[in-house]
Design a protein around this ligand. Structure first.
Ligand SMILES: O=P(O)(O)OC[C@H]1O[C@H](O[C@H]2O[C@H](CO)[C@@H](O)[C@H](O)[C@H]2O)[C@H](O)[C@@H](O)[C@@H]1O
Length: 315
C-alpha cells in the first residue's frame, strides 16, 4: 500500500453504561486527547462506570459464563447416554434458528424484495466463507466457495468484513481482487474511492498493489497500533504455558483462542488476559467463538464498517 496522506484517529469516552460483555473500567481512565487531535463526534464511545475503577474477578465479571456460551448452539445428533443434554441442545438450536433464520429459506422473498434495488453483499469470513476449524491458521475457504464469491462479486459490490487482520484475509485466505475488505472488526477498511466527508476525516487514499487500483483506507484505530503490538507480546508471553492457547495478532485487535484449551484451564486463560488488559484502560474485551478479543475503546464496529462501505458505494 502507498499511503498518500494521514490523519489523526479518534478516541473519546462518555460515562454511560453499555453492554455487560464489555469491560468495567472507569470512564475517567479513558478520556484521552492526543495533542492536536481532531475527533469525529460519531466515534465517541460510551463506556461503563464502575465504582472501583478496576476489573472484577473473572468469575464475578461474567467472563467465564460468556466463554462457555460463546458459540451459537450447534445441532448435534442425539447421543446414546445423553438424551437430556441433547434435548436441551435441540431446543437451544431451534430457539436460535427462530431468532436468526437462514436467508436461504426466504430466498424468493429476498429476491422479490430486491427487485429494482441496488444490491451489495457483505460477508463474514470465519464460519461463513470458511468452516470453523481448530487451527485458526488453517481456516481455508473451499475452491467452490471462492468461485461463488468471485462470481457474485461480478454482479454486486461485495465486501468481506472480518475480525481478522485485513492482510491475512486478503492474502492468505481469500485472494480475490474486485472485492472490498474490512479487517480487525471493521477497523481496517479498504473500500472504493469516494468523496471525503467531515464525518470520515481518517480516510487515506492508497494504491492497492494487488488490485493495482486506487482505494480508500479507513483506519479509525490507527493510533492504537503500538499498544496492540505491546499487548499482543504480553499476551503471548503470559499464555505460553497454557496448553492449546493461541494468541493471534489481528492488527488493530488481538484474539486469544481457547478452543484447544482444556475447559478446566479456561479460568487461567481468562485470568491471564484480565491481568494483561487491566493495565490498558483504553482497551476492552469482547467474546467470540471460543475466543477472547481485545480491542480499542472506540465507537466503531462491523456494523459501522458496513454503513461506511455503503456510503462509499454511494448507496
Ligand atoms: O469476525 P470473524 O471474521 O468471524 O472473526 C472472529 C474470529 O475468527 C477467527 O476465529 C474463529 O475461527 C477460527 C477458525 O475456524 C476458530 O479456530 C476460532 O475458534 C474462532 O473463534 C479468528 O481466528 C479470530 O482472530 C477472529 O477474532
Amino acid at each position: 500500500m502507498d499511503l498518500k496522506s494521514n490523519h489523526t484517529a479518534p478516541i473519546l469516552a462518555d460515562p454511560a453504561p453499555i453492554s455487560k460483555s464489555r469491560l468495567g473500567v472507569h470512564s475517567s481512565l479513558l478520556a484521552y486527547s492526543p495533542p492536536g487531535a481532531v475527533f469525529s463526534p460519531n466515534l465517541f464511545l460510551t463506556v461503563p462506570r464502575k465504582k472501583t475503577g478496576i476489573l472484577d474477578d473473572v468469575r464475578a465479571s461474567g467472563w467465564l459464563d460468556a466463554m462457555k456460551s460463546s458459540s451459537p448452539p450447534h445441532k448435534k445428533t442425539r447421543e446414546f447416554n445423553n438424551e437430556l443434554a441433547s434435548a436441551d441442545t435441540d431446543v437451544a438450536y431451534r430457539t436460535w434458528m427462530v431468532k436468526y433464520p437462514s436467508a436461504l429459506t426466504s430466498f424468493e422473498q429476498i429476491t422479490n424484495f430486491a427487485k429494482g434495488k441496488r444490491m451489495a453483499l457483505f460477508l463474514d469470513y470465519d464460519g461463513t466463507l470458511s468452516p470453523i476449524v481448530d487451527n485458526p491458521d488453517c481456516a481455508f475457504m473451499s475452491t467452490d466457495m471462492r468461485a461463488a464469491v468471485e462470481k457474485v462479486a461480478k454482479y454486486f459490490p461485495t465486501a468481506i468484513i472480518s475480525g481478522r487482520s485485513r492482510d491475512k484475509v486478503v492474502y492468505e485466505f481469500v485472494g480475490l481482487t474486485d472485492l472490498y475488505y474490512a479487517g480487525s472488526h471493521g477497523m481496517d477498511i479498504m473500500g472504493p474511492v469516494r468523496q471525503f466527508s467531515d464525518d470520515h476525516a481518517n480516510c487515506i487514499r492508497s494504491t492497492d498493489k494487488q488490485q493495482g487500483k486506487e482505494v480508500n483506507l479507513f483506519q479509525p484505530a490507527s493510533e492504537f497500533l503500538p499498544m496492540i503490538d505491546e499487548v499482543f507480546n504480553s499476551l503471548v508471553n503470559s499464555t505460553k504455558e497454557i496448553k492449546g492457547a493461541k494468541v493471534e495478532n489481528n492488527k488493530f485487535c488481538v484474539s486469544v483462542h481457547y478452543r484447544n484449551v482444556d475447559e478446566k484451564n479456561w479460568t487461567t486463560v481468562a485470568q491471564r488476559v484480565h491481568d494483561v488488559i487491566r493495565n490498558y484502560p483504553r482497551l476492552r474485551l469482547t467474546h467470540g467463538r471460543k475466543v477472547l478479543e481485545v480491542r480499542p475503546v472506540i465507537n466503531w464496529d462491523k456494523g459501522k464498517a458496513v454503513t461506511f462501505l455503503l456510503e462509499s458505494l454511494g448507496a
